[in-house]
Design a protein around this ligand. Structure first.
Ligand SMILES: CC(C)(COP(=O)(O)OP(=O)(O)OC[C@H]1O[C@@H](n2cnc3c(N)ncnc32)[C@H](O)[C@@H]1OP(=O)(O)O)[C@@H](O)C(=O)NCCC(=O)NCCS
Length: 171
């Protein structure tokens, strides 16, 4: 997958193993600096490899946004909970230097498209309740808030509420 809209300076394509260090670099930024993920410890090189291999085994669909050869964001579609649920969950991370330029929107739009063409009817995301950027991004792409889990995780000495958002993929 590789495409560009008019005026867009980045391309989006399927991720490969060689993208892993850049993907993990962006993820470790989010772990260390934000409440976007409940993970609190950055992934070591070894853990990053295991993390990548585990997702590859599960057939997770991962995209990267690339500008001038650099990975500036990534997004992932994965099964929600155990087998049996016909639901996929998205994750979107954009390098802080490249935010507010439509990268997150493009990545999420591609995941929605992929989920739809794979026959899923529902896509969800778990977003920290005070993650305005994450909630706004999903809202803009048609997600609605389903509900909020209170005190669902504990990070950096505070409890986090997690909001579940959902988008229907019906025709
Ligand atoms: C959330 C995130 C992916 C957005 O990526 P981005 O490339 O900056 O977003 P875009 O430029 O495509 O903007 C998409 C929409 O979100 C809104 N948005 C993005 N950042 C925002 C912010 N900080 N505050 C308010 N709205 C924001 C944009 O305004 C836009 O809506 P609009 O159409 O009304 O203008 C990025 O901030 C990020 O990586 N955050 C850390 C990880 C995270 O929170 N992921 C989401 C949960 S999995």
């Amino acid at each position: 997958m590789n495409a560009t809209s008019p005026g867009q300076t980045f391309t989006v394509r399927t991720a490969t193993r060689t993208d892993m260090p850049a993907i993990v670099g962006i993820y470790n930024w989010a772990i260390n600096q934000t409440f976007a993920t409940i993970d609190a410890e950055p992934l070591s090189a070894e853990e990053a490899t295991e993390w990548w291999d585990e997702h590859a085994r599960r057939g997770t669909y991962t995209l990267v946004a690339v500008e001038e050869g650099d990975v500036i964001g990534w997004a992932r579609l994965m099964p929600w909970k155990q087998q049996g649920y016909q639901v996929v969950e998205d994750h979107v991370y954009v390098d802080p230097l490249y935010q507010r330029r439509g990268v997150g929107r493009e990545l999420l739009a591609r995941l929605i498209e992929a989920a739809h063409s794979s026959g899923y009817r529902t896509i969800v995301a778990s977003v920290a309740a005070d993650n305005v950027a994450g909630l706004r991004l999903h809202e803009r792409l048609g997600f609605e808030v389903v509900g909020t889990l209170r005190n669902a995780a504990h990070k950096f000495n505070r409890w986090m509420d997690i909001t579940l958002v959902q988008r229907s993929l019906d025709a």
